[in-house]
Design a protein around this ligand. Structure first.
Ligand SMILES: [Zn+2]
Length: 260
């Protein structure tokens, strides 16, 4: 029995990767390849979907039934768990919260659209804003940390400068956190989850990102005065969350196929 969580748009239950915005996967029959190579039954799902399942089972509120997870790294992945099960939509391509449109004329996104949440609030966005800031101030800390070359500023450089206390870098975190909070507010307005989990490399910067995200989430969510907000927290399971979730999914599918 094999469980896999992978980047990209993964058809369910066929396990074919249709497309991935930030790598070269196009129509990869991953489930078929793995079953042929190993002779073992295999489930393949999107990495953020299985991460959401893992955090629902073993995260800060174990057994929570309704959870929304965003992985904030180079891009933004999304996973939804409702009633303890992954929500995938009709063909498996649902829950892509990183590609809801925040600004139709906004910056280009790896998916081909413009102004997606991913283009406004991910590591890619942080790097783009950092390069703009470094070009405007070539003597500043951002350019310095990139070896004096503003074009070499990326999300990691901005994160490092922000942790050191650089005000420009902290301002860029405030910008991406603002958009992340606006996106989460809209998603909560639609989905009303019991818990919101942020995972991924950029989430590990903690309050640098969480504080502005919480502020705009609370400002823009529908009917703020009349609802208890779900907790917005960092994931508990760290970098292995995808592997843990893939294993949970494989076990869930095995027990449901035994019941059939
Ligand atoms: Zn996009």
């Amino acid at each position: 029995l094999i469980g896999v969580g992978t980047a990209g748009l993964v058809e369910w239950p066929g396990g074919r990767i249709r497309f991935a915005p930030n790598n070269a996967f196009r129509n990869v029959e991953l489930k078929v390849y793995l079953e042929q190579a190993t002779g073992l039954p295999t489930v393949v799902d999107n990495d953020a979907n299985v991460a959401a399942l893992a955090e629902a089972h073993f995260g800060i509120e174990p057994g929570v039934r309704d959870l929304m997870l965003l992985t904030i790294g180079t891009g933004i992945g999304g996973g939804l768990v409702f009633g303890g099960q992954i929500f995938r939509g009709r063909t498996g391509l649902g829950a892509e919260v990183g590609h809801i449109i925040m600004e139709p004329d906004g910056p280009a996104c790896g998916c081909g659209n413009r102004g997606c949440l991913e283009a406004m609030a991910s590591g890619i966005a942080l790097g783009r804003l950092g390069r703009e800031a470094a070009l405007a101030n070539p003597e500043g800390r951002l350019a310095c940390l990139a070896g004096g070359d503003p074009q070499r500023v990326n999300g990691e450089v901005v994160s490092r400068a922000a942790r050191e206390g650089d005000q420009t870098a902290r301002g860029l975190f405030a910008q991406i956190g603002f958009w992340l909070g606006v996106g989460i507010a809209s998603l909560v307005t639609v989905l009303d989850p019991g818990l919101i989990v942020l995972a991924g490399g950029l989430a590990s910067t903690g309050e640098l990102l969480l504080k502005p995200t919480r502020a705009s989430f609370e400002q823009y969510v529908f009917a703020r005065a009349y609802r208890d907000l779900p907790q917005l927290a960092l994931g508990r399971l760290g970098p292995d969350v995808g592997m843990i979730g893939a294993a949970v999914l494989a076990l869930q599918e095995q027990s449901s196929s035994q019941r059939r």
